[in-house]
Design a protein around this ligand. Sequence first.
Ligand SMILES: [Zn+2]
Length: 214
Amino acid sequence: MTLEKLIEGNENFKNNKFPALEEELLNLVKYGQSPEIMFIGCSDSRVTPDLMLNTKPGDMFILRNVGNFVPPFKHDEDFHGSAAAIEFAIAVLKVKHIIICGHSHCGACKSLYEEIPDNDSFIHIRTWLKLGIKAKERTLKNKKFTTAEEMYRATERNSIRYQLDNLLTYPDVVKQLEAGEVQIHGWYYDIATGAINYYDKENDIFKPLSEMKI
Ligand SMILES: [Zn+2]
């Protein structure tokens, strides 16, 4: 992909795709957005929320960051971008669902097993990746892996379990959850097949999304 292609792409979008969306978009401009879904996904370029879920403008409030990690709630005045998005989704948009969607072949999860340079070029990555340590620890307790790839896939799934736990450190998320106003979900997208599995907390396993009971 080049910058020229992006310019061409926008021309194509304006001329061919925008007209079909125009009425809906004008309504979204007039009345504002009111998405029922907050989607938390990885910044990875191969994760394509609107494409893989067939959604339109206005459907999902999307937060993407390295590894689809959820930093635990911290009551201070630092610049917490991910926390601000979660707050906004709960307090203003009043979303009905928060989906934490991990994915296969995630570079963030793989890098939990690699040495990250201890210098200023990686200072924020080093800190951010600490949010994956529990997933790595849980994965390493299981010695059954025959390949590193298998171990990475397990780490990606385990991470979703812990990011869901971190979401529960947000007092307003817990409040809305207990009031039945919001549901939280852990999903896992396989970039090699397009399939999504969901986390069944009761049985502590991942199952095909089509089997999810609403
Ligand atoms: Zn990723």
